[in-house]
Design a binder for this molecule. Sequence first.
Ligand code: DLL
Length: 436
Amino acid sequence: MVINMGNYFSKDIETASREKLEEIQSERLAKTVRRVYENVAPYRKKMDEAGITPDDIKSVRDLHKLPFTYKQDLRDSYPYGLFACDMKDVVRIHASSGTTGKQTVVGYTKNDLDMWAECVARALVAAGGSKDDTVHVSYGYGLFTGGLGLHDGATKLGAAVIPASTGNTRRQLQIFKDFGSTILCCTPSYAMYLGDSLAEYGMTKDDIKLRIGIFGAEPWTPGMRQQIEEKLGIAAHDIYGLSEVAGPGVSFDCECQNGLHVNEDHFIPEIIDPDTGEVLPYGSEGELVFTCISKEALPLIRYRTRDISSLTCSCGRTFVRMSKVTGRSDDMLIIRGVNVFPSQVESVLLTIKEVAPYYQLVVDRKNNLDTLEVKVEMTEGIFSDSVKGIEAIEAEIHKKLDSVLGISAKVTLVEPFAIERSEGKAKRVIDKRELK
Ligand code: DLL
């Protein structure tokens, strides 16, 4: 296996020994814990309550002693209460997209932005990118971290960046063709949509030069990867991140396309049992937790992501790999006693060409019985491309869902773009039972 590193400057750390990496992590962790204890009142309080002092944290092996941080802690300290630096040193502010409640605000110093750009540049290189590429960024620019995150990473790499942002599909395709975009960065569902739209605008994948995709910000299945690769003629790579920890680039997949390497010199990952908080061994599935060990403005300690994944050893790069995030712990639904994950629904929808992978699960309770409705967006070309009627398509989805989920669901086809999106991400679950 040839590792894509080019002459990239992070080669040393990405292939360092585990011992060397742990040494760096331990030193950075101890420093960070001391800094938050001294500068962030809510952290000091939490550590005092847990009976922990900065002197107790000497190495990564002491990490488990520290209390967790939750999204609620950021909300309680809204907007800047968990910042560990002086506001005059903050040079950028972003906010999370707020798909699950009030937005959370995050800040970066100049050094934080450099570190973040470096993490994203590593992702681009691992996917086969170089300074000779033309990087087309179709994530949203603004408070969302996707647009500027990929932008700064590609700039750091020395590539030519096209800040296309979201929307106006015809224009995006025209830019692919005229400007010669070689790397596309956007949500996987938008990549699917762009692939489907080529024909509509009289183009084929041979009219464009795209060769790599850097897709993330929402869960996507291996089936979706395959379809995007075929539609656009590219290698589709996964990039993961969350605003609270940094943004895109917390982890990324490489040429193996088999798990995402965590940038462990900046973020220490753990997998825990979401119910008990117990740290689980490599290979076990559980909730991802990250500790930021090099950030200045917002170094979150043991941050509970709610994302479900597992960790495995690496493939040549030193950094540990996390499995593709299949969903969030708060996305898993228990309907009539059966566990239902949105990714199961997606895998069914991918087998039906008349619908897009934009869907929403609406769960309710009627006469003490849970009900599930699956709303699915039709593709724009449904009526010209298919001879099936809407009822026949709904019935087909119903039947397939029944066999995959093991429960019966009402299926409703809705117009393209009818499902609410935030920063390109569809809101996939509405659980009305919580409100009753
Ligand atoms: O979505 C950052 C990002 C932008 C990542 C662009 C990748 C590309 P937030 O808006 O704070 O930040 O949302 C973070 O999105 O906790 C996951 O639930 C989900 N998520 C992000 N990347 C992936 C991925 C950005 N590759 C939340 N696979 C996270 C699955 C992902 N879920």
